[in-house]
Design a protein around this ligand. Structure first.
Ligand SMILES: [Ca+2]
Ligand SMILES: [Ca+2]
Length: 80
């Protein structure tokens, strides 16, 4: 039983950073990163790069797009 509980805890710890990244960027709580919200965290971000991150072109970077951008080294993970 202890072994199962420890495994679940490790899974939560590994899952946390991706969730924390968007919540650090998303200041209005809509679970989407707008260009203005991303620029506040990444001052060097250009609209061109933002368009590259926004792969479905809805004008916002969602969690999947943010995770993909970090994994592709287009963005660094936000400092905690
Ligand atoms: Ca937002
Ligand atoms: Ca998008």
């Amino acid at each position: 039983m202890r072994r199962v509980a420890a495994g679940a805890l490790v899974a939560v710890l590994f899952a946390a950073p991706a969730l924390a990244a968007l919540s650090d960027i998303d200041t209005d709580g809509d679970m989407l990163a707008s260009f203005d919200e991303l620029v506040a965290v990444y001052p060097d971000l250009t609209e061109e790069t933002f368009a590259d991150l926004d792969t479905n072109a809805d004008g916002f970077v969602d969690e999947a797009e943010l995770t993909a951008a970090i994994e592709a080294d287009l963005l660094a993970a936000p400092a905690q």
